[in-house]
Write a protein that binds this ligand. Structure first.
Ligand code: FAQ
Length: 333
């Protein structure tokens, strides 16, 4: 298998265009020059309010996705088919918690508190990735999530290692390394199922059928309907568009499916020699928007689980705060 993911960046970002000057023109010009020179913007640096707002939006949605993303896999920790698989899955789910925490910290540096972000998630105001509103019906779904969902996450997050906001970019370096391991373990689990008994192979194909299209939706709406992309590219928050990343994901994943002997559930999938990539069928955008509106198959269960965890585990936060207060008062004495 030659084609796998890399955590290296592949190309420089889009050219910075001038933006409408709604802020102090001198500060704005200096900010844009720094972004254009590929300098990182740091928390105490001046930044346009719209830059702060869109970054807070993206990073907090990303953090929520990592935390809600623990739920579909967490469901299977007690049912993993072997001790080895259980240990791997536990480590993976703990990694997702770590990613959520780095990301909440990065978002906090922009001036929004963790409590405000969590409240926005629990009240249904904040978005998180559509992918986590689908159920995990069999063990093969856990393999498919590692292979496809983490695969899509890496594709999307490798360019974010060079996003223009320093704390976000630095968090992404470690996240990408860990996602790489997640993708590998998912592919390995899928390889075993695809080469197992006829029933295991059927499970693998069934999980692939159900996770393929939602994985393509993770990259967001098509470029022509993506309200945030143009501005985010100009500010080098995003380094590639939704469609560019989706195409790369398809091109890298189809040969992996062929290697496994699985069929991509898309009758229109076809290699296009001229573009050097695959043409693929139309994504069901109505389904995507419905899931974004929290109408996904298990959206309600996900938010209920998060709200309950927050309430039932309040004592952990209180104990940690009390411990920290004691430590500080001892240090001050
Ligand atoms: N789900 O204008 P755009 C993971 C929203 S982490 C829900 O294109 P943008 C690890 C979008 O927010 C997965 N909403 O927006 C893991 C916007 O709404 P708003 C998460 C979506 O920001 C693996 C509206 O649609 N990864 O999987 C989705 O420029 C396994 C218009 O869209 C990240 O968050 C969607 N799929 O581009 C964990 C990566 N797509 O806010 C556990 C960082 C779009 O204006 C297990 N984020 N929307 O109300 C990004 O790269 C970008 O935010 C995009 C969207 C590409 C997701």
């Amino acid at each position: 298998m030659e084609i796998m993911y890399t955590t290296e960046l592949s190309k420089p970002g889009a050219t910075v265009q001038p933006i409408a000057p709604q802020e102090d023109p001198e500060l704005l010009a200096a900010f844009e020059a720094r972004v254009a020179a590929d300098e990182f913007i740091e928390p105490k640096d001046w930044m346009p309010e719209a830059y702060r707002k869109t970054l807070t939006r993206q990073i907090s949605q990303h953090a929520h996705s990592e935390i809600v993303g623990m739920l579909p896999e967490g469901n299977w920790i007690t049912r993993a088919p072997s001790l080895r698989r259980k240990a791997i899955l536990l480590a993976k789910v703990q990694d997702e918690a770590g990613h959520g925490l780095y990301l909440y910290c990065a978002a906090e540096t922009l001036g929004t508190s963790r409590e405000e972000m969590i409240e926005a998630l629990h009240s249904g105001k904040a978005k998180y990735s559509t992918i986590f509103n689908y159920p995990t019906l069999t063990w093969a779904d856990i393999a498919a999530i590692g292979w496809l969902v983490d695969g899509a996450a890496i594709m999307n997050q490798v360019p974010l290692q060079r996003t223009s906001y320093g704390p976000y970019a630095r968090a992404m370096v470690r996240v990408c390394k860990e996602e790489s391991f997640h993708q590998r373990q998912g592919y390995e689990a899928m390889t075993e199922l695809a080469n197992g008994t006829p029933e295991q192979k059927r499970m693998a194909q069934d999980a692939f059928n159900r996770w393929w299209w939602p994985s393509l939706m993770m990259f967001g709406p098509p470029d022509e309907n993506s309200p945030n992309t143009a501005q985010s590219l100009r500010w080098r928050i995003k380094r590639e568009t939704n469609d560019e990343l989706r195409q790369k994901f398809v091109d890298i994943t189809v040969p992996q499916a062929e290697f496994l002997g699985l069929t991509v559930p898309d009758p229109e999938l076809k290699w296009n020699e001229a573009k050097g990539g695959y043409d693929f069928g139309e994504i069901d955008w109505e389904e995507f928007y419905a899931v974004v509106r929290s109408e996904g198959p298990v959206a309600r269960e996900r938010i209920t689980a998060r709200r309950e965890a927050w309430t039932q585990n309040a004592w952990v936060r209180e104990a940690a705060a009390a411990h920290e207060a004691k430590r500080r008062s001892r240090a001050a004495a």
